[in-house]
Design a protein around this ligand. Structure first.
Ligand SMILES: CC(=O)SCCNC(=O)CCNC(=O)[C@H](O)C(C)(C)COP(=O)(O)OP(=O)(O)OC[C@H]1O[C@@H](n2cnc3c(N)ncnc32)[C@H](O)[C@@H]1OP(=O)(O)O
Ligand SMILES: CC(C)C(=O)C(=O)O
Length: 536
């Protein structure tokens, strides 16, 4: 039982390690379960259903280990309504100072007749006996009416009343197959609250599956009708389409507290993202990008109208801050759906002011690139900006001539490159691992810019034999990434042009940086002087 028993407190019962594990293709090891259990405790969940002890020796050991390890959260184990299951659960859990036994039996006519092959009265008697057996071990006993969502309401009321009379302190109403609608499920809870005479002696819990995508909605509706425990799994894991997602339900409770008349949980919300990631990694279950709260798109914006809104006031399109759930900031992707406000904001971040570019020209070029590439990155935008500028002014370095010697025999790949730097020309020769490496060695010596080649790609631009070779390079210089692009019918020339382009973008960025710091520079000229002094 939890310490805070105020009427507004919602108990968060996590079943990632039991119902969540039922969804995995391979069961979790004891170490994996323990790691998740400790993370869930740190997250602030109240009850951790650690497994089904009768199921296997391994699960028994996992439940036992977790029961010993937990300090605050209450460990719990599942048991069918048979004495052997209940005893086995108690044996696994008894190492803990306090623990919960969760016993269950199906109550819907379909399950009673077709699966259990008994009468409802027999099932009722089994449920009562199991609760009584569990109470011999602990005063924290939960009883679930499996498939309650499809159970005739009179039978459900009878079963719940009998379980409470037998000593159940929590009665759980599962929508086992995720079949009900929120109003329908809320109606079931309301009826139980009104018709079961001893209902106030137990906490009413719900356990909703997501087969029709309504698990969170059904759980929240149940809270409005008086339920005070939610069973859920991290990342919405769980049998078939999953259970109610912990991160969704607790965030909704916190965010819409007024709507839910002051309900609250003990969750440490800032730990949600990291717990989600841990569960996803250990379970090998990637979180879909569009998953509420913890998906990578939950705080991402790719379209112009939304980006403009968020840049002006992020509440326009974000109902909570990413930081409030432990996500480090929102993400704005530059795509062909982005608008000018987004481009301006990105350039501002890179240190450019409106006087550095003509927005309409730049935006037109941006759209062309975005249509071609899909996503445009900061460094692409900087390269575009520079391209726009080259048409207005001469770039720092221009490829004047180049010769390359290579082959598949004894020949050492050798290149000579002549660069135009202002009014002067300079030449360098170098060998390399291959022709491109030899060319890049020459350019590096000529510009004096030290950088690391991060990526190099070559693509045919156009169709068939007429295609131009387009080379894209990214280089890292002083912790920043720069992009260069070169186009030519000769792929080696395209390679050289791409690298020279990247060097020019670096020079451009250096100028902007110097301007921002209030000092002007003549770096390339100074470097050229030094090359001259070295007799390059
Ligand atoms: C809705 C839920 O998520 S329920 C939890 C589901 N999780 C699991 O099943 C995982 C753990 N399960 C297991 O390890 C095994 O199924 C065990 C150990 C529980 C049982 O294994 P087995 O004895 O080989 O039986 P099996 O799983 O094939 O069949 C289930 C039996 O339990 C009965 N049963 C099912 N639920 C209950 C219940 N709540 N109370 C009593 N009996 C039940 C079935 O009617 C069936 O009985 P039968 O053999 O007389 O026909
Ligand atoms: C055991 C019960 C709670 C269950 O998992 C379900 O009904 O889905």
């Amino acid at each position: 039982m939890i310490d805070d028993i105020s009427a507004e407190r919602v108990v968060i019962f996590d079943t990632t390690l039991r119902d969540g594990e039922q969804a995995l293709a391979q069961s979790l090891s004891m170490q994996q379960k323990l790691q998740i259990a400790l993370a869930l405790e740190d997250l602030g969940v109240d009850v951790i259903e650690a497994g089904f002890p009768i199921s296997s020796a391994g699960d028994f050991e996992s439940v036992q280990t977790i029961a010993r390890a937990l300090r605050r959260a209450v460990p719990c184990g599942l048991a069918r309504a048979v004495p052997g299951d209940v005893t086995r659960a108690a044996e696994a859990l008894k190492a803990a100072e306090r623990f919960r036994i969760h016993t269950f039996i199906a109550t819907s006519t379909l399950h009673v007749e077709k699966k259990l092959r008994r009468s409802f009265d027999d099932v009722l008697a089994m449920g009562v006996a199991a609760v009584k057996e569990a109470r011999k071990w602990t005063d924290d006993v939960e009883f679930s009416c499996e498939d309650a969502g499809r159970t005739p309401i009179d039978n459900l009321c009878r079963m719940v009343e009998a379980a409470i009379d037998a000593g159940a302190t929590t009665v759980n109403i599962p929508d086992t197959v995720g079949y009900t609608f929120p109003t329908e499920f809320g109606g079931i809870i309301r009826t139980l609250m009104n018709r079961v005479p001893n209902i106030d002696r137990a906490v009413v819990s719900v356990h909703c599956h997501n087969d029709l995508g309504m698990a969170t909605a059904n759980s929240l509706t149940a809270l409005q009708e008086g339920a005070r425990q939610i069973e859920c799994c991290m990342n919405g894991l769980g049998e078939r389409a999953g259970n109610c997602a912990l991160e969704e339900v607790v965030t909704a409770i916190r965010l819409r507290q007024a709507w839910l008349k002051g309900l609250k949980t003990g969750i440490v919300h800032e730990r949600i993202a990291r717990t989600s990631m841990l569960v996803s990694k250990i379970c090998h279950e990637p979180v879909p990008s569009h998953k509420p709260i913890v998906g990578s798109n939950a705080f991402a914006h790719s379209s112009g109208i939304h980006q403009d809104g968020v840049l002006k006031n992020r509440e326009t399109y974000e109902i909570l801050t990413p930081e409030s759930v432990g996500v480090h900031g929102n993400v704005l992707h530059m795509t062909a759906r982005s608008g000018r406000h987004m481009i301006k904001a990105c350039l501002e971040k890179l240190g450019y002011t409106e006087s550095d570019y003509n927005m309409n020209d730049l935006y037109a070029r941006f759209l062309k690139l975005a249509d071609k590439k899909g996503q445009v990155y900061d460094y692409d935008l900087e390269a575009l900006l520079f391209f726009t500028k080259v048409e207005e002014e001469t770039p720092t370095y221009q490829l004047d001539r180049m010769n390359v010697m290579c082959g598949n025999g004894e020949t050492l790949p050798t290149a000579s490159v002549r660069l135009r730097v202002g009014k002067r020309t300079r030449t360098e020769s170098s060998i390399g691992n291959g022709p491109v490496d030899a060319i890049y060695n020459c350019i590096t010596r000529l510009t004096g810019i030290r950088c690391r080649l991060v990526s190099y790609s070559i693509n045919a631009n156009g169709e068939g034999m007429d295609a131009l070779g387009q080379v894209d390079v990214t280089v890292e210089h002083e912790g920043r990434i720069f992009h260069g692009m070169g186009l030519s019918t000769d792929v080696l020339e395209a390679s050289a042009r791409a690298f020279v382009h990247a060097m020019n973008v670096i020079e451009q960025a250096r100028e902007v940086e110097k301007k921002r710091k209030g000092t002007s520079t003549n770096a390339p000229a100074a470097e050229l002087e030094s090359h001259e002094r070295r007799g390059v």
